[in-house]
Ligand binder design. Structure first.
Ligand code: FAD
Ligand code: NDP
Length: 311
C-alpha cells in the first residue's frame, strides 16, 4: 500500500511531526524502530532521568514519561505507529520505497527522517571485551547495578552528558572521576556548577583512556596525558562513555547529502534535504544543538513543509 507520509524514528522530532500531520488529516505512518541504533523506541530521552528543561513541566518530567506522552498524543491525533526498523531506502524513484527489518517493503509519497543519534564509544583494547562488564554508555540504565555501588567510576567526556552521567552515578558510587581530554569543559555552566559542588566528583584534565583492563569485569584504565603522553593506571570498577553521538543515517546509503560526520544536510532554516519530498528533523540533521525542544521544533517544521509539499 502506498502511504502519503512515512515518518522514520520516534524521538521528540518524529512524534511532533506525527502529531502535526495527524491533525492535518494526513494519517502519517511512523516506523518507531526496534532498538534501532541501540536505543529503545522513544529515543535518547528514554536513557535519561528527569528532564528539567522541556517547557510545560516546571517540576521536570522523566524522559520515559515525556516520550510515552508524546507517543500517546501522536496516536490520539490519528498517527499510526509500527514497531519496525527501516533497513534501507530507495529515493531514486517515486513513490519512495523503504525496506523494513522483517524484509517487507513500504512506499510513500513523502518521507520524514527523524532517526536521531547514538552514543559513541572508543575503539581501544578492552572496550568491547568489558562492554556491559563494567563499561556502559547509560548511567541511568546501569548506574544502580551492584557492580558500580560504592566503587570508583570513570566518566569519559566533558559535555552535558558527561556531567549528567557523573551526577547520577555519584548517588551510588564511592567516587566519580570525569576524565576529559582538554582543560576546559564543553558542558553548560549550570551543569559545571553542579559538578563542582558535588564532593563525590572530581575531574582529571588532559587525559584519555588508551586501554581498559580486568579479568571477568573491568578493573582499571590506562590513561594517557594528552600533553605529555605520560601513562598512568587508574583503578576503576566502571567506565561510562559520554563522548558524543553518531547520527543514525547508515540505512540511507548515499542517497541524501550528508556532512562529513554523517548528519543529514538540510537547506538553511528548513528541513528540506537534497531530495525533493524527503525531510529531516531532529538530531539527525543537527550536529551542534542537540536538545529535545529543538528536535520537537524541527519535527513541527518538517510536518508543515511536508504538508505544503503534498499540497
Ligand atoms: P532521538 O531521540 O535520537 O530518537 C530517534 C529514534 O529513532 C530512536 O528511538 C531510534 O531508535 C529510532 N531510529 C533510529 N534509526 C531508525 C531506523 N532506521 N528505523 C526506525 N527507527 C529508527 N535534551 C534536552 O532538551 N533536555 C535534556 O535533559 C536532555 N537530556 C539528555 C540526556 C541524555 C543522556 C542524552 C543522550 C540526550 C539528552 N538530551 C536532552 C538530548 C535529547 O535527548 C535529544 O536532542 C533528542 O532526543 C533528539 O530527538 P530526535 O527525535 O532527533 O531523536
Ligand atoms: P558533546 O558533543 O557536547 O560532548 C562530547 C564530549 O566528549 C566533549 O567534551 C568531547 O571533548 C569529548 N570527546 C569526544 N570525542 C572524544 C574522544 N574520542 N576521546 C575523548 N573525549 C572525547 O556531547 P554530549 O553527549 O555531552 O551532548 C550532546 C547534546 O545533548 C548537547 O547539545 C547537550 O547540550 C545535550 N544534552 C543536554 C543535557 C541537558 O540539557 N540536561 C544533558 C545531556 C546532553 P571536547 O570538548 O574536547 O570536544
Amino acid at each position: 500500500m502506498q502511504e502519503e507520509i512515512i515518518i522514520i524514528g520516534s524521538g521528540p522530532a518524529g512524534h511532533t511531526a506525527a502529531i502535526y500531520l495527524g491533525r492535518a488529516e494526513r494519517k502519517p505512518l511512523m516506523f518507531e524502530g526496534f532498538m534501532a541504533g541501540g536505543i529503545a523506541a522513544g529515543g535518547q530521552l528514554t536513557t535519561t532521568g528527569i528532564v528539567e528543561n522541556f517547557p510545560g513541566f516546571p517540576d521536570g518530567i522523566t524522559g520515559n514519561k515525556l516520550m510515552e506522552q508524546m507517543r500517546e498524543q501522536a496516536l490520539k491525533n490519528s498517527a499510526r505507529i509500527v514497531t519496525e526498523t527501516v533497513l534501507a531506502v530507495d529515493f531514486s524513484k517515486r513513490p519512495f520505497s523503504l525496506t523494513l527489518e522483517g524484509g517487507e517493503k513500504a512506499e510513500a509519497k513523502s518521507i520524514i527522517i527523524a532517526t536521531g543519534a547514538t552514543a559513541k564509544t572508543l575503539n581501544i583494547p578492552g572496550s568491547k571485551e568489558f562492554w556491559q562488564k563494567g563499561i556502559s554508555a547509560c548511567a541511568v540504565c546501569d548506574g544502580a547495578l551492584p557492580i558500580f555501588r560504592n566503587k570508583t567510576i570513570a566518566v569519559i567526556g566533558g559535555g552535558d552528558t558527561a556531567m549528567e552521567e557523573a551526577e547520577h552515578l555519584s548517588k551510588f558510587a564511592k567516587e566519580v572521576i570525569i576524565i576529559h581530554r582538554r582543560d576546559k569543559l564543553r558542558a553548560s555552566l549550570i551543569m559545571q556548577e553542579r559538578i563542582k559542588n558535588n564532593p563525590k566528583i572530581k575531574i582529571m584534565w588532559n587525559c584519555v583512556p588508551v586501554e581498559l583492563k580486568g579479568s571477568k569485569f573491568l578493573e582499571s584504565a590506562i590513561l594517557q596525558n594528552t600533553r605529555t603522553n605520560e601513562k598512568n593506571e587508574l583503578e576503576i570498577s566502571g567506565l561510562f562513555y559520554a563522548i558524543g553521538h553518531s547520527p543514525n543515517t547508515g540505512f540511507l546509503g548515499n542517497q541524501l547529502k550528508l556532512d562529513e560526520q554523517g548528519f543529514i544536510i538540510t537547506q538553511p532554516g528548513s528541513t528540506k534535504t537534497s531530495v525533493d519530498g524527503v525531510f529531516a528533523a531532529g538530531d539527525v540533521q543537527s550536529p551542534h544543538h542537540r536538545q529535545a525542544i529543538i528536535a520537537a521544533g524541527s519535527g513541527c517544521l518538517a510536518a508543515l513543509e511536508c504538508d505544503e509539499y503534498l499540497h
